[in-house]
Design a protein around this ligand. Sequence first.
Ligand SMILES: [Zn+2]
Length: 408
Amino acid sequence: MKQPSAILLCVLAFWAATAMIVVVFMLGDDTPDCTPAGSTAPTSTTPATNTDTVLVGDAKPAPAPGPVASMGSRVWPVAPGSYEISDVFGSRGGSHKGVDLAAPAGTPIYAAMDGVVAESGPASGFGEWIVLDHNDNGAQVGTVYGHMYAQDLLVHAGDQVKAGQQISRVGSNGESTGAHLHFEVYLDGGRLTGGHAVDPVPWLDGASAPSGQGEAAKPVAPPCPTTPGGGVDNLQPGKVPPDFEPWYRKAGALCPQISSSLLAAQGRQEGGWSPDGGAKVTALSETGAQGPAQFMPGTWQSWGTPVDEQGNPTGPPGTGDVHKPSDAIMAQGRFMCHIAEAIDGWIASGQVTWSGDRRVLYLAGYNAGEGAVLASGGFPSGHSDYEVQTRPYADNILAMEPEYRALV
Ligand SMILES: [Zn+2]
């Protein structure tokens, strides 16, 4: 685990509730992600959609949202435009006690109201969590923030916080497979003091956007490069099935960090097509991954789209055919570019330390989630899967990659 840098632990000592001056600290660790071309949402910088499992907690049924008072006192926990809702309150048979706001790892998280920190630390299923207690015009209210990493907890139990104060950053810790904030709201008490969970979305209706104090808000994402985007179409003709070949050529050119030969070797490793040149498409792996690029269903929701002849998306994320070479391989390329940009940013900011071939980390991010790279500050560590699965995955692909390169 990396040590957090001192500047990132900086907590605002003062708060001017009426200040109109937005203080923007350029910390340099915000990696501009890109928005897939053709995406309907200009803000969909979302990485792999989370599939966090049921979080521990009481299973009281959720009542209808209660009356809402003093709207001005509420602030969105993640800046509008920097997230998309990846799971709703009450899903998973009613056991999902919050809303999932998918956003790139590192996106600032803000306190939703003035209050006191009841807990800030590890919690089963949540990775690290922060529990806040609030007094909403005399009513006891609680909010909960989950899946962060320990180095991103910016407040401690007992601290007073102000609405809109940055308290943490989005992570993918605990029972989560993609960066998101799991956010809960409790009425008639807090999370730990007998409150009952309600749907956070109507509760937040009318809430104001955080002012961006503490850290710079994520910059508006530039569009992903369309072909050619600086990547290399270096695929040797005839090395992959004919119906796959044009798509590896297009996808490999999407960004400078990847190449057609890399994506083809990755496709080979993923087992999406047989090595004898047949076009056999694996329907399902043991883990539920699908199609020639072996997308998990939740990840496909963020990256899968239909594409036109040039490989440009023609529909919103989550559509398209995960089994179709065109849709799957272009999504593979876009997702790899997203991971590469994130990891390059973390290396630039010192959050990840790596001096070798960065493709090792990009591939590890594809296999284990880029959040695992961030959490480990390098190649994912701390879980046996990383040794027996992720490491050979990356090594095998890089060993095979030269076979797919055109002879120069
Ligand atoms: Zn959740």
